[in-house]
Design a protein around this ligand. Structure first.
Ligand SMILES: [Zn+2]
Length: 171
């Protein structure tokens, strides 16, 4: 950071504090040549994330839209809003980490499904049915069937459908 008085490039930072709710950092510096003090503001560069919709219209990424979609999909379920907010945060982080300036709404939908699936199967199917706009009932049933198979396997059912460890207990 160049000294405001003599132009020397080395300075010592005396104090740093975030300002503007953390969007920039104010630094009090002392020039290592002329020893005069000056203040700099370093602004975090916020790269706008653009969403490309299916009709190719562009709009600014809006996390609240994802949250609203999630809340709708989770209607009458028992998922705390904090969990949904975490999903939104994770998605936004994934998108920003990808360093792409533009992201398709399709990609966002896929991410939502990927996260929602781990949290609530019913909400996942609801979201998927609206989002994917299933062309016909057989596509939808196929999705349900895949999901049931997953639930089935994740609960460690036995080969004949009995839950392992419970077989025989009720006899
Ligand atoms: Zn100086």
């Amino acid at each position: 950071m160049r000294c405001a008085f003599c132009g020397f490039t080395e300075s010592r930072v005396l104090d740093s504090r975030p300002v503007e709710e953390g969007r920039s950092i104010r630094r009090r510096r002392e020039c290592q040549q002329c020893v005069r003090r000056f203040t700099t503001y370093e602004r975090l560069e916020e790269v706008p994330l653009i969403v490309v919709k299916t009709d190719n219209r562009r709009e600014l990424f809006d996390a609240s839209k994802i949250l609203n979609g999630l809340i709708k999909a989770c209607d009458k379920r028992t998922i705390p809003v904090a969990v949904l907010e975490q999903i939104v945060n994770d998605i936004e982080r994934d998108l920003r980490n990808s360093l792409e300036r533009e992201v398709s709404s399709k990609r966002i939908g896929e991410l939502v499904m990927q996260y929602l699936r781990k949290v609530d199967q019913v909400a996942y199917v609801r979201f998927a049915s609206v989002y994917r706009n299933f062309e016909d009932i057989s596509t939808f049933m196929e999705e349900i069937r895949k999901l049931q198979k997953e639930i089935y396997e994740s609960r460690e059912y036995g080969e004949n459908g009995e839950i392992n460890g419970i077989i025989g207990e009720e006899a």
